[in-house]
Ligand binder design. Structure first.
Ligand SMILES: [Mg+2]
Length: 248
């Protein structure tokens, strides 16, 4: 048994891609193209590649999860060719407003972690460009080196995240993600304060398909406990208790 004192603070989990930066960066488009190319290079036609990409994304939350299950591929090779080849430095920029949001979280009340379906190098690269590395206390990523690794929205992924953060109480978990499926996965684990980040008027690519953000099921109808924000600064209003200045 751990001799460490139990940390009573809540824990705030931030998704990274299309959450910490805007979908207007079109990174999901560039990722989708690379993943499509990867499927085609397995010997599939463009049509088969599109179908399978969407199928695996829908079924597993991550195309690579399906690739590792059903094809003999090296996840690290996939990561190099897909996320690793993205010119992120040209696509996203430091945003002082996002950094300020992190700085304004009262760390006597909340711990701040990142929770991503990407592999570690991509996650770290994004955090470095956004100058958020020092604002994140821990990073939970998909470990492509583990055979049969887990990812959002699988139950095991959220359990693993809590273990890594030494968190035991799901009612103290706050979470923001642009994927409704990932929010539902967290809710199924009892994570209490989930927020769906839905930018207005933008497109994103999921599972190789372009979709209008906001086309998903309506959060309020499905699960009243899930709030929606259209900007990250909206978190100040839905989670006022964890910010230093709650008057905003
Ligand atoms: Mg995301």
């Amino acid at each position: 048994m751990s001799t460490e004192a139990l940390d009573e603070r809540v824990i705030v989990w931030f998704d990274i891609d299309n959450t910490l930066y805007s979908a207007s960066s079109k990174i999901s488009h560039a990722m989708g193209e690379r993943i499509h190319e990867y499927f085609v290079n397995l010997g599939l036609s463009h049509e088969e590649a599109s179908e399978l990409h969407l199928k695996y994304y829908s079924q597993y939350g991550l195309a690579l999860r399906g690739l590792t299950r059903h094809h003999d591929i090296d996840p690290l090779d996939f990561d190099r060719k897909c996320d690793g080849s993205l010119p992120l430095e040209d696509m996203i920029k430091f945003d002082p407003a996002v950094r300020r949001l992190f700085e304004d979280i009262d760390r006597s009340k909340a711990r701040v972690w990142a929770l991503t379906n990407a592999y570690k190098p991509h996650a770290q690269r994004v955090l470095r460009i956004l100058q958020l590395e020092d604002q994140i206390e821990g990073l939970v990523f998909c470990d492509y080196e583990i055979p049969d690794f887990t990812c959002k929205p699988e139950a095991e992924y959220y359990k693993m995240a809590m273990r890594q953060a030494n968190a035991t109480d799901p009612s103290k978990c706050y979470f923001v993600d642009d994927s409704r499926g990932n929010i539902d996965g967290a809710r199924a684990q009892g994570w209490a304060r989930c927020v769906h980040f839905r930018e207005r008027g933008l497109e994103a690519v999921e599972g190789g398909r372009t979709k209008q953000i906001g086309d998903e099921r309506d959060a309020e109808i499905i699960d009243k406990a899930v709030e929606t924000v259209t900007t990250l600064d909206g978190l100040r209003s839905v989670w006022p208790e964890i910010f230093k200045d709650s008057r905003r």
